[in-house]
Design a binder for this molecule. Structure first.
Ligand code: PLP
Length: 403
């Protein structure tokens, strides 16, 4: 019997763990050492989980073997409420908080509850590709609005407005952005909020990097700027707290819920259907949000993440024909390869060639729904010396290809 994948997967792509990674694993199995700059997982690069989080999970483990409430344990949801109350989120109570197996599960849930076939969702280009993939999986149509590299990768409000149609249901904002590292200004976010208000769009705000900020950048959440617009804000412990393996994330519904009873019932039903998120991981949340924010030591001057970001950014810009906007947040750089110098037809082929010939693994820009083949993403989690080695190998590879 022939078993095929469903038609629902026809437009679903997640290239961060796609065919290039598969090839890298084959090469590794053959004894090659690959320098991996493809995935935002802090653990393999010596970033330790904060001890108070580990201790809390360990202490609670013996009592964490049963299912919890579908939305998650109360103590963690209270901690999330307190966290957002302090930031002026409008009307958030424990019932508005959904814990999940990472933000990933909640993104799919939020879209499944929302979308009918053909409904459109505005998503940034470039994006974290789970958003585009999830919209497609849920029967929706992803519509990409452009972020402008010449404006520090800020979203282009005019482009957003031009792409709104009667079928548009929601707008996704990823701030700080993966893959560009852009941190959005208050003015820009006010512009998006105004647009969502005027055109009746739900705001979906992915703020998982909200504490990974460099050079004094300030993170502004969009939900408090739009108290009269229904907003879902997503965040979790994977990045700033370095425990992505715990699969611990949350989603908070804020704004006018009286017009969204049916949607919220849908969210509740999907939360019930998945029974509950991983319970030991939920016990990390209260300790994380309430404890010492050790991420600051890593992102301030002299901190490891900041030093690595600096080194990667400087070295990339030193390569002829390569330019990279300085990331203000998150864990990535998204450099541009001047098409006049490096004419690239197929950027997946390009990163495969780079992998085969220099043993470094990055992700092609089209994997982030960037519309042309002139970008790629590197992760800045590797130690500075390894980043230098990797970017050195990239420079050699590019030197041989210069047009
Ligand atoms: N959102 C963004 C922008 C991400 O970069 C990631 C992971 O890289 C996620 C969501 C998924 O995070 P989680 O580990 O909470 O599922």
């Amino acid at each position: 019997m022939q078993v095929s994948q469903s038609d629902k997967l026809a437009n679903v792509l997640y290239d961060i763990r796609g065919p290039v990674l598969k090839r890298a694993m084959q090469l590794e199995a053959q004894g090659n050492q690959i320098l991996k700059l493809h995935i935002g997982n802090p653990a393999p690069f010596g970033f330790e989980a904060p001890d108070e989080i580990l201790q809390d999970v360990i202490r609670n483990l013996p009592a964490a073997h049963g299912y919890s409430d579908s939305k998650g344990i109360l103590s963690a949801r209270r901690a999330v409420v307190q966290h957002y109350e302090q930031q002026g989120f409008p009307g958030v109570g424990v019932d508005d908080v959904y814990l999940g197996n990472g933000v990933s599960e909640l993104i799919v849930m939020a879209l499944q509850a929302l979308l009918n076939n053909g409904d459109e969702v505005l998503i940034p280009a470039p994006d974290y590709p789970l958003w585009t993939a999830s919209v497609s999986l849920c029967g929706g149509t992803p519509v990409h609005y452009l972020c402008d590299e010449d404006q520090n990768w800020m979203p282009d409000l005019e482009d957003i407005e031009a792409k709104i149609t009667p079928a548009t249901k929601a707008i996704v904002i990823i701030n700080p952005n993966n893959p560009t590292g852009a941190v959005y200004t208050r003015e820009l976010l006010q512009g998006v909020a105004e647009l969502a208000r005027r055109r009746g769009l739900l705001i979906l705000a992915d703020e998982i990097y909200d504490r990974i900020l460099y050079d004094g950048a300030e993170h502004v959440s969009i939900a408090p700027l739009a108290p009269d617009v229904l907003s879902l804000t997503f965040s979790g412990l994977s990045k700033a707290y370095r425990v992505c393996g715990f699969r611990s994330g949350w989603m908070v519904v804020s704004g006018p819920k009286d017009h969204a009873e049916s949607y919220i019932e849908g969210l509740d039903m999907l939360a019930n259907m998945r029974l509950c998120p991983n319970v030991p991981g939920q016990h990390a949340i209260q300790a994380a949000l309430g404890g010492h924010q050790s991420i600051k030591d890593l992102v301030l001057p002299g901190g490891r993440l900041r030093e690595q970001r600096d080194r990667a950014w400087r070295l990339l810009n030193e390569i002829p024909g390569v330019s990279c906007v300085k990331p203000s947040g998150a864990l990535y750089a998204f450099p541009r390869l001047d098409p006049e110098v490096y004419p690239i037809e197929d950027d997946q082929r390009f990163v495969l060639d780079l992998l085969e010939s220099r043993q470094i693994l990055v992700v092609q820009g089209t994997g982030f729904n960037w519309p042309s083949t002139d970008h790629f993403r590197i992760v800045t989690l590797q130690h500075a010396d390894d980043l230098e080695e990797a970017i050195g190998r990239l420079a050699e590879f590019l030197a041989a290809r210069r047009a």
